[in-house]
Design a protein around this ligand. Structure first.
Ligand code: NDP
Length: 278
């Protein structure tokens, strides 16, 4: 029977530590969440972020725009928050409408307030292995591994997925921790040969239960980042990218979905907000 890696307990510990730090800061941290449209998953993520913020004492300003919002208005509003000294962090909840230039909108965030670590300035720092804001999901993945006290140096890590939001920053962060990293994607040939070779397998593809037992091997640590909401007998259910029930009997350890990387992503976002206040 493999070890089940939960993110909930670590996230609760982090909430306690962050709340204490915030009391010590003697200022009230403020995070602006910019949302465009009414994406159901985004609404849920924002709800979790608001709950966590309330628990630790961070103020949230939730700016929700119509999906037809004009790019100039959006960017001009973000720039106002850049100069507002009462605001410490700004995030753009993705996805945003296709008619907007995503990188232009993200680039308009002041790198000092880029708590999602998505501006080119933050990515360059990660690229150069310099301190800076790292994507909350990447930090969440590292928290699970650190909690298990895994020394990443020399470990074979396979990351399936190469998005700018998850796959690429995670691969870079792991390389910065001296892991030997392989990145796989939809064009990878013989994916299962690659994934089976890993000591640590990280999956972020958005394809529910795609990683079945034929993709894994004995002794591996599997981190499932995937979140897909499926209808199960008319009830909504969150499903990961890994076929948990069948994989859990083979590998050494596997993260939960829900309750694995998800809660840690939220906690790590607020860790970045606190860093932005220092
Ligand atoms: P994207 O759709 O941006 O990227 C998906 C990646 O998976 C792409 O690189 C794609 O390859 C690759 N891929 C797709 N199909 C396959 C396949 N059959 N075999 C191998 N690779 C494949 O998704 P995100 O990175 O934004 O998100 C991935 C998942 O993680 C989603 O379920 C999302 O909801 C979840 N997520 C979870 C978070 C959390 O906090 N737990 C936070 C953010 C995301 P290619 O580049 O070739 O197209």
């Amino acid at each position: 029977m493999s070890e089940i890696l939960s993110g909930k307990v670590i996230s609760e510990q982090m909430a306690g530590e962050l709340a204490k730090k915030i009391i010590g800061l003697k200022i009230s941290p403020k995070l602006v969440i910019v949302q465009v449209g009414n994406n159901e998953a985004s609404n849920k993520y924002i709800e979790y972020k608001k709950k966590f913020a309330e628990k630790i004492g961070v103020q949230i300003v939730h700016k929700k725009y119509d999906e037809k919002v004009d790019e100039k208005t959006l960017i001009s509003d973000i720039k106002k928050y850049n100069t507002d000294t009462s605001v410490h962090g700004i995030i753009v909840q993705l996805p945003i409408s296709k008619n907007l230039n995503k990188s232009k909108v993200i680039e308009s965030i002041d790198p000092k307030k880029d708590v999602d670590g998505l501006t080119s300035s933050s990515i360059k720092k990660l690229f150069d292995n310099e301190p800076g804001f790292v994507s909350a999901t990447t930090k969440g993945i590292l928290k699970i591994l650190d909690h298990k006290k895994i020394n990443l140096a020399g470990k074979k890590v396979v990351v399936v997925g190469r998005s700018s939001l998850v796959g690429k920053p995670t691969a870079l962060a792991l390389m910065n921790r001296n892991a030997t990293v392989t990145i796989c994607h939809s064009q990878t040939k013989n994916l299962e040969e690659e994934t089976k070779r890993a000591d640590i397998l990280i999956v972020a593809i958005g394809k529910p239960k795609m990683i079945t037992k034929k993709f894994v091997s004995l002794g591996q640590i599997v981190i499932d980042v995937g979140i897909t909401v499926e209808l199960d007998e008319s009830k909504k259910k969150v499903v990961g990218d890994v076929d948990f029930e069948n994989v859990k009997n083979i590998v050494q350890a596997i993260s939960l979905v829900p309750g694995g990387v998800g809660p840690l992503t939220v906690a790590c976002l607020f860790e970045n907000v606190v860093l932005a206040c220092l």
